[in-house]
Design a binder for this molecule. Structure first.
Ligand SMILES: Cc1cc2nc3c(=O)[nH]c(=O)nc-3n(C[C@H](O)[C@H](O)[C@H](O)COP(=O)(O)OP(=O)(O)OC[C@H]3O[C@@H](n4cnc5c(N)ncnc54)[C@H](O)[C@@H]3O)c2cc1C
Ligand code: SF4
Length: 502
């Protein structure tokens, strides 16, 4: 029986982050383990409130009050089991999820502080490893059916694990040189050390999942060849088409890059240093993959921008500005605009923000300034207002508000425009919709029979928790398509949207 008064006895507390001065000298994770006593105390704050709204916030349907209580009573093995019943990769979501479950927690009502659900989750996930590793599940007799999963991000991997555990032969095809999707080279090590991916991949391999890296489907192997080899195909290729700003004067200058061009290269350097491989030193255009001594301007306000900020400081940037088109959000929930339990628009401070840099809100870039040799030397910005008119965004610069920021390196982190245009699409007979995503029917099939889609490729750039949920649901649909016995869990349908007030 949960403690109904735990939240009255204990305040919300998180483990102290590693000191800034120490952590920007390395690439290790920002948070140390919380420790058993702190986490038991925090789990005790969950009152198992009868109608657990935290469930509404989480697309996976995680059994949050159940595992909170199991941690409270020290029943760690049962907590590990309960958590994995709904989530294939809690070590990823526990570290990286923005936690819509916490925004929906009943304790967040009336200005109280929600349960530290995500922290409890990651401690349970790490306990699974500490208590003997991520043991492979016994695999049932083979069904004789085979599935190709294209793309090895969290959507593809979750689907692969679910299908292998149902007895299907699964092969994951990945064009990169390592498995993991954005978790591998998109998200820096200070948010997710790659050992966590490797441990989980060992479990998947032991359960029978085959991995083929360096295979660009549509180029190295055709859709026709893949369909001849497998009974069903899941496309989980992500939404990696970066938004650009070709109309801004000076965009072609050297030193102005898509954020992912710099970020992925920087993360590859860290990976190479870890396993002794030679590291790339320059980008294809000859620009060094290094912000050391440079004035960096990051344009954008989301995860990608914050990750670039953390990377720039670890590389030794001389100074960093992070620009946002929109005004500074409120510091707490505006209940009129975003009533509980919806996801609120508030100022999000990532650990990278306490490491330095200056955030500048309500500004737009007017020009990237040339130093006379074709290299960027500054960014001319103006203060702006942003309105919606007839469903369109209208940005108006305030006359006389222009100024120039020094910039040797400019990173465009202004969002994604859906899945990439690539040969695979036409070969499988699927098309990008108006949002650049690929539509799924109610059974997760695309317009082509036997070809399914999940994750960011279907939803547009989103979150890991949604990718896992969609991967699990698509696996359930594929299992049923292949005539598998029984059903697999399907936490979401293709039309499911996050909780919203309107
Ligand atoms: C910089 C950054 C930071 C982020 N931080 C967070 C965070 O902190 N928390 C969070 O919840 N979310 C975060 N996200 C979002 C999250 O990473 C994505 O929502 C999630 O990874 C999507 O998973 P996915 O499996 O759909 O696709 P992806 O992870 O994008 O994986 C798709 C894979 O498909 C492969 N592929 C594409 N085409 C082919 C082909 N033709 N053949 C073979 N392989 C192919 C790609 O190489 C890639 O590996 C972040 C995103 C970015 C860009
Ligand atoms: S809403 Fe909060 S208090 Fe209620 S069950 Fe979920 S985590 Fe516990």
């Amino acid at each position: 029986m949960p403690d109904p008064n735990g939240f009255l006895r204990y305040d919300r507390r998180l483990p102290a982050r590693r000191p800034v001065a120490v952590r920007i000298t390395d690439w290790r994770e920002v948070y140390p383990p919380a420790g058993a006593e702190l986490i038991r105390e925090q789990a005790t704050r969950c009152m198992d409130c009868g109608i657990p709204f935290c469930h509404e916030g989480c697309p996976l349907g995680n059994r949050i009050p159940d595992w909170n209580d199991l941690v409270r009573t020290g029943s760690w093995d049962a907590a590990v089991e309960s958590l994995h019943a709904t989530n294939n990769f809690p070590e990823f979501t526990g570290r990286l999820c923005p936690a819509p479950c916490e925004a929906a927690c009943v304790l967040g009502l009336g200005g109280q502080q929600p349960v530290t659900i995500k922290q409890v989750e990651v401690e349970i996930a790490d306990a699974a490893v500490a208590r003997g590793g991520l043991n492979p599940r016994p695999v049932p007799a083979s069904t004789g059916r085979s599935v190709a999963v294209v793309g090895s991000g969290p959507a593809g991997l979750a689907a692969a694990q679910q299908l292998a555990r149902a007895g299907h032969a699964v092969t994951v095809y990945e064009r990169d040189d390592a498995i993991g999707g954005l978790l591998r080279y998109g998200i820096p090590d200070f948010k997710l050390e790659k050992q966590h991916i490797d441990k989980r991949l060992a479990q998947l391999a032991a359960e029978g999942v085959q991995f083929r890296t360096g295979v660009d489907v549509g180029v190295d192997v055709t859709a026709e060849e893949l369909r001849a080899r497998h009974d069903a195909v899941l496309l989980a290729c992500g939404a990696l088409q970066g938004r650009d700003t070709p109309e801004t004067p000076g965009r072609p200058l050297r030193g102005v890059h898509q954020a992912m061009t710099h970020l992925v290269a920087a993360n590859r350097v860290v990976a190479a240093a870890g396993d002794g491989r030679p590291a790339p030193a320059v980008l294809p255009d000859g620009t060094p993959i290094d912000a050391a001594g440079k004035h960096v301007v990051i344009i954008g306000g989301g995860d990608t921008a914050a990750d670039c900020l953390g990377v720039a400081h670890r590389q030794g940037a001389a100074g960093v500005h992070q620009l946002d088109l929109y005004p500074e959000p409120p510091h707490g929930r505006d209940a009129e605009r975003d009533p509980w339990p919806t996801w609120p628009w508030v100022l999000r401070n990532y650990p990278a923000h306490e490491e330095g840099g200056e955030r500048v809100f309500a500004v737009a870039v007017q020009e990237f300034v040339d130093d006379g040799t074709g290299q960027v030397k500054g960014v001319r910005i103006a203060e702006v207002t942003v309105e919606r008119r007839d469903g369109r965004r209208v940005v108006t610069a305030l006359p006389g508000s222009e100024r120039e920021l020094p910039a040797d390196l400019v990173l465009l982190a202004i969002g994604f425009e859906g899945t990439e245009e690539q040969p695979l699409l036409a070969q499988f007979g699927v098309a990008r919709n108006a949002r650049g995503a690929v539509d799924a029917r109610a059974d997760w099939q695309t317009d082509t029979d036997g070809v399914f889609v999940a994750g960011d490729m279907h939803r547009g750039a989103s979150l890991i928790v949604w990718a896992i949920a969609e991967g699990r649901a698509a696996a359930a649909a594929i299992h049923s398509y292949l005539g598998g016995v029984g059903t697999l869990p399907a936490p979401v349908d293709p039309a499911r949207q996050p909780l919203a007030a309107r």
